[in-house]
Design a protein around this ligand. Sequence first.
Ligand SMILES: NC(=O)c1ccc[n+]([C@@H]2O[C@H](COP(=O)([O-])OP(=O)(O)OC[C@H]3O[C@@H](n4cnc5c(N)ncnc54)[C@H](OP(=O)(O)O)[C@@H]3O)[C@@H](O)[C@H]2O)c1
Length: 299
Amino acid sequence: MRILLFGATGFLGGRVLERLLDERHEVVAVVRDPAPLARYGTQVSVVRGDIAVPSTYRGQGLQCDASINCVGLLRGGFRGREYARVVVRGTQAWVKECQEAGIQHVVLVSANGADPEGPPYARTKWTAEQAVRNAGPAWTIFRPSFIIGPGGIVEQFGRLLKLRVLPVFGRQDYLGEPIDRDDVVAAILASLRSAKAKNRVFHLGGPDQVTYREMVDAIRRHTGTKCWMPTLPRSVGYAMAGTLGWLPFFPATVENLRLLFKGNLVPERDVELVLGIQPKPFEASVKAAVEGLHGAKTA
Ligand SMILES: NC(=O)c1ccc[n+]([C@@H]2O[C@H](COP(=O)([O-])OP(=O)(O)OC[C@H]3O[C@@H](n4cnc5c(N)ncnc54)[C@H](OP(=O)(O)O)[C@@H]3O)[C@@H](O)[C@H]2O)c1
């Protein structure tokens, strides 16, 4: 198949690109900065573009069988304006351009907890989903819980743990169901082949429910880092994020904490029944992610 991919320079999209090439698909990747894809040479057709500015990629050989959108942001900027621009208007523009290029199937990576009443991250994800559901092409929406792989949160926490003190906040009753990145990618690729995946939302969670402390602690153990993890009240977390969260290097904004404390359990597991994906256990996933990160650094 010929696939139009957005977000190919990211943690998830980068792995989607690798697996698409492994499976001998032809890929057109729309990216803001082509440099990270230079290593693929002529294997990938690269178009420089911003998803929210369709004139940057319109008419650039977009005629494909399907398109996958792995674009995302963790910080929404002032009053969530960047979420509105990239997640909402970007998704609307992407799906419209796909339709005009005659693409038959669009795949959107959204997030577990997408919610019209939620904070800006969750709300803009939900609005973006509506644009996909209401457009012409067949669609598939994936809503992952935390994604574990070499990079992403494993790398971010790996860096924070090196500071030797990393607080966890409040009673550990906010659970997540982290899922291995390769399982997310397998589900995305399976959706391209399966008629049963069309016009459906899939929630993606791993087989284990873990607290935030357990998640960070697993990364600590597998990286072999010594770190003190004191428990502080949630109000202290909010105060810290409220004061420092605007700094780009500070790990969390108030909104990130609100989402974290809400929990990240998936409501259903259709992906196992419909697409035959059996997600890896959490510990095996963290271990492989840390080894993968280590391998990437020593390679
Ligand atoms: N990672 C997780 O744990 C997790 C959990 C649930 C859902 N998700 C969702 O999964 C998707 C992928 O996440 P990720 O972790 O791979 O994020 P990521 O590593 O931050 O990658 C985001 C990608 O989006 C691209 N992008 C951002 N703004 C863009 C724009 N205006 N135009 C074109 N491309 C743009 C980035 O390109 P640049 O390289 O140019 O910045 C990058 O390729 C997102 O929708 C995210 O919300 C992730």
